[in-house]
Design a protein around this ligand. Structure first.
Ligand code: GLN
Length: 524
């Protein structure tokens, strides 16, 4: 039994029921067997086995480095990793081998965690489906689960095995899939507008976006510096708390991190919500919200009330401007961030020698996909002298209003907010790609984006399966640096939902490997 959580796997390692090498080998074989999901861009098999052997040595000698010693983890391919290719799923960085580890990667390695590989994403994190990658789209493992397949057959709409699957959400879809499919216990994502929470919701795992400044961005290849945060994907809330304890705190290499030290916390076994005030933002009743999501949202509000919490309707009046405001701020930062990719210093270089300008433009035309090029163009437009005030400055002001909405609500006595994470369950791939990247993001990020504008923490927790057999989730949004309170409520909610994560198992009859979310299945 692989165990579901870090906690369980760590206990098995400590008790000697399993070695770190065995655990690593099981994850490696699962990575190979689920390669069709396209979750990983690079699998670091040799490194993982070496690190696992070192962990075993420490465990044997009673010198464990802590809870994560020997625990397999994966990293989104927009975090730098020493001597391991880091591509951002872009032709521009294909072949780029960074000379250093992102702080968050180093912190996990320092705890003895075992690096399984680098995960797939939308190019440079620009997207919400993990479909816009030069390595091809990521497939949601739940597409292969019994409930989903049966429903497709039942309604006569199963087209063919190879094209009938749903998206993972994005842009950290590789990381969400890696955790959901059981190929690792923890994965790092990044979250600029929802990129950790959105795929976590669609893949039925927990996704935490910490407060801006709590976790170092050093070594995370930037998308929107003023909003990016490393995200944590795990199979349960307790694990997210454990990993946050390892990652959080000041980093001299990231001047935007907090100065104070962070006190790691463990959540108690029993969590209570009786003295809490939970806000339900009325603006989150957005067009397109599925009836099923609305129903879990309402039921959860009732459950909270029955458990003694005070549930109040609140208003965040500037919510409706967040997507358009994000479009201006995101593209403006993208335009300046991407300027470094000119064919001279990093990655791809076009085979053009006519002039420096011709080299730049050919490199960028060849290196970036049309989504990235489109955002650079928009961003440069907003930053033009004659547009700067009209668009960029105005968007900055609106951002402040969006952030102030949260401040007002929280200072009125509300502790956390309860919202949906996404409008509904994951879309079929063929349907999703009918829309352009921007329209899709606008739909997918509608409930997640505001927390990035305000820099406050938010977590998504799986709730139940939709009538199509796909995961549905809810989001809690908390106050800046009050992760402990946020995670406590999230754990309470998790306990009420009894959502059982996906596990792959081998069909004894024909040797096929299949996912299940039933407790009775024997895992690999
Ligand atoms: N979907 C949003 C975008 O495309 C957010 C991406 C993210 O959080 N990295 O910009």
């Amino acid at each position: 039994m692989l165990g579901i959580s870090v906690h369980e796997a760590a206990a098995a390692l400590r008790l000697g029921q399993l070695s770190a090498t065995e655990l690593c080998q099981r994850c490696l074989s699962l990575i190979k067997e689920t390669a069709f999901l396209n979750a990983y861009i690079t699998v670091t098999e040799d490194i993982a086995l070496k690190q696992a052997a070192e962990a075993d040595k420490r465990l044997r000698q009673g010198k464990s480095l802590g809870k994560l010693d020997g625990i397999p983890f994966a990293v989104k391919d927009n975090f730098n990793t020493t001597n391991i290719e880091t591509t951002c799923a872009s032709r521009m960085l294909k072949g780029y081998i960074p000379p250093y580890n992102a702080t968050v990667v180093q912190k996990l390695l320092d705890q003895g965690a075992v690096l399984m590989g680098k995960t797939n994403l939308d190019e440079f994190g620009m997207g919400s489906g993990s479909t816009d990658s030069i390595f091809g789209p990521v497939r949601n493992p739940w597409s292969y689960s019994k409930p989903y397949r049966e429903k497709r057959v039942e309604c006569g709409s199963l087209i063919d095995e190879d094209s009938d699957w749903v998206i993972t959400g994005g842009s950290s879809g590789g990381s969400a899939t890696a955790v959901s499919a059981g190929t690792c216990y923890v994965a790092l994502g990044s979250d600029t507008g929802g990129s950790t929470r959105n795929p976590a919701a669609h893949c039925g795992v927990v996704g935490l976006k910490p407060t801006y400044g709590l976790v170092s961005r050093h070594g995370l290849i930037p998308l929107v510096n003023s909003m990016d945060v490393p995200g944590i994907l795990t199979r349960c809330v307790d694990d997210a708390a454990t990993v946050l304890g390892v990652l959080a705190g000041h980093d001299p290499l990231d001047s935007t991190t907090i100065q104070d030290s962070f006190q790691p916390f463990t959540l108690p076994d029993e969590v209570y919500v009786k003295d809490l005030c939970v806000g339900i933002p009325k603006e989150y009743h957005a067009p397109g919200l599925s009836a099923e999501t609305l129903s879990i949202w309402t039921k959860t509000a009732d459950l909270l009330e029955n458990a003694g919490a005070r549930v109040v309707e609140v208003s965040l009046p500037h919510t409706c401007y967040s997507i358009v405001c994000y479009h201006v701020l995101c593209t403006a930062e993208v335009a300046s961030n991407m300027a470094r990719f000119d064919g001279l210093e990093y990655g791809h270089r076009a085979d053009v020698e006519d002039s420096t300008e011709a080299l730049y433009s050919a490199t960028r035309r060849e290196g970036f996909n049309d989504v990235v090029r489109g955002r650079i163009l928009s961003g440069n437009f907003f930053l033009l002298k004659q547009n700067y005030e009209k668009y960029f400055l105005k968007a900055q002001k609106v951002r402040r209003l969006i952030a102030d909405d949260f401040v007002k609500v929280f200072s009125s006595g509300v502790d956390v907010l309860l919202t949906p994470t996404t409008l509904g369950d994951a879309a079929p791939y063929l349907e999703f790609i009918q829309e352009d990247n921007r329209t899709r993001s606008a739909q997918e990020d509608v409930f997640t984006q505001c927390a990035n504008m305000a820099g406050i923490p938010a977590i998504t927790v799986p709730a139940s399966l939709s009538s199509r057999g796909l995961p549905l989730a809810l989001q809690f949004i908390g106050q800046a640096f009050k992760e402990q309170q946020l995670l406590s409520v999230a754990k309470w909610f998790e306990k009420q939902m009894h959502f059982f994560p996906l596990q792959f198992y081998r069909n004894q009859a024909n040797g096929d490997i299949l996912p299940t979310n039933s407790k009775s299945a024997t895992s690999l």
